[in-house]
Design a protein around this ligand. Structure first.
Ligand code: GDD
Ligand code: MN
Length: 401
């Protein structure tokens, strides 16, 4: 039997004094029982309730505490996603598990994440509330609805999120060597670390494990309306949909300019309109190739060009059909119908473009197969020597005051 995998568990904490010792104990039990080499990295953001002191008091040789002297306000470097980033950078294991420290993510699931990674060779294993066999405990309908709406938004906005049933999960495993470069380059805002990682990674392989999200053991949630607003802004900035829309606006201008020129030269309305449409399409295609989807140019250029024509034609048809249906069946004003149709058509064009023309999705892996042997080999692990470079603002042990 070769060396056991080294598993690092990253626990971000903010005012979790009542939970932190308990979750560390529970993790130590579970990981020892599963037979893994492990370490636990607590990343605290100067919790006023001195969570980091409670963690240090455990005195466990396998627990490291990074007590960051930061404010939770994003401009000052704090916040959940940035704490996770620092934890992942400091972790030494090839497998890094990120989870909440309030028992909402059951420690018993951690070995299942590792096993899934071994079995599938996946780079990211997501603990999912929405996979078959998963669920949530004690949520109101409203909370459930909001969570599903956020997932839907994530799937539309971030093509890579379509590989998982729970892109908003805060509970996941990362194969450290495969994500390190991306994580280093990230400047996460807000709390959606996983979503940002997926958005920035064109080629990760994702698997998932179902779990039941529990009620909080003690204390209260730190994520309020500010976090929701942050999520919306941040997702829009990361999404190719924003770039796709900008490109579409430029294409509209090109369309009108070419139509005007052809009309002036020939006086032929139909020909001028068609020339404008084609010019707009070509402009959109070129900009999407060079900008929106530059990292996703797979296959042949002529195939993408043809595919983009199809996606746009599909979008135009949907625009027309929506206008017709709203007008004829519901008596909606045709212009308002057309406007609604334009939004629907845009979505169809964008979804088809980001899935089929430029293939942005990350690969979903299931079960064992060829990858298994390779996955296991890369796990033969001696505990690596400690790394000494430190993140600015993060250090081991309690802050000096
Ligand atoms: N270091 C640090 N800094 N930790 C933080 C911060 C921060 O600014 N804010 C929150 N945390 C820690 C908490 O102490 C907890 O361990 C974990 O991050 C999650 O925070 P909660 O306040 O418990 O979040 P939640 O339960 O509302 O949301 C969780 O579930 C969501 C799914 O519904 C998170 O895991 C989300 O990422 C997830 O989307
Ligand atoms: Mn929580």
């Amino acid at each position: 039997m070769p060396g056991k995998p080294l598993v690092s568990v990253v626990l971000p904490t903010y005012n979790e004094a009542e939970n932190v010792a308990g979750i560390i104990d529970a993790l130590e039990r579970v990981l020892t029982h599963a037979g893994f080499e492990y370490e636990i990295v607590v990343v605290d953001d100067s919790s006023p309730d001195l969570t980091w002191v409670r963690a240090l008091e455990k005195g466990s040789p396998r627990v490291r505490v990074l007590a960051r002297r930061v404010s939770r306000d994003p401009p000052l470097g704090g916040g959940l996603a940035s704490a996770i980033r620092v934890g992942v950078l400091h972790a030494r294991g090839e497998f890094v598990v990120v989870m909440d420290s309030d028992f909402q993510h059951p420690p018993e699931v951690v070995p299942k994440l590792v096993e899934k990674a071994l079995e599938t060779g996946a780079d990211v294993v997501i603990a999912s509330r929405y996979a078959r066999g998963g669920g949530v405990e004690g949520w109101s309908r409203l909370r459930l609805l909001m969570s599903r709406a956020a997932s839907l938004l994530a799937w539309v906005a971030i093509p890579q999120a379509r590989a998982t049933s729970d892109p908003m999960s805060g509970f996941f495993l990362l194969r450290r060597s495969r994500v390190l470069d991306t994580v280093e380059a990230m400047k996460p805002r807000g709390f959606k670390f996983l979503l940002e990682l997926l958005a920035r990674s064109p080629s990760l392989r994702v698997a998932e494990v179902p779990y039941v999200f529990r009620s909080r053991a003690a204390g209260r949630s730190k994520l309020g309306y500010r976090a929701i607003l942050d999520f919306l802004v941040h997702t829009a900035l990361l999404s190719p949909m924003t770039r796709f829309a900008v490109v579409g606006l430029i294409g509209t201008l090109v369309n009108l300019a070419v139509m005007k020129a052809v009309l002036g030269a020939t006086g032929l309305v139909d020909a001028a309109s068609l020339a404008g449409i084609e010019a707009g399409l070509l402009s959109n295609f070129a900009l999407n190739e060079a900008w929106t989807f530059r990292e996703h140019r797979r296959g042949s250029l002529p195939a993408r060009l043809a595919g983009y024509h199809l996606a746009s034609a599909g979008g135009a048809l949907v625009t027309y059909a929506t206008m017709k249906a709203l007008h004829a069946l519901a008596g909606v004003d045709p212009l308002l119908g057309q406007f609604t149709g334009i939004i629907a058509g845009f979505l169809v064009n964008y979804l088809a473009s980001s899935t089929a023309v430029w293939r942005c999705g990350v690969e979903r892996v299931e079960g064992g197969g060829v990858r298994e042997a390779q996955g296991r080999d890369s796990l033969v692990h001696q505990v690596p020597p400690p790394q000494d470079e430190e993140e600015p603002g993060a250090r081991r042990g309690p802050p000096r005051r």
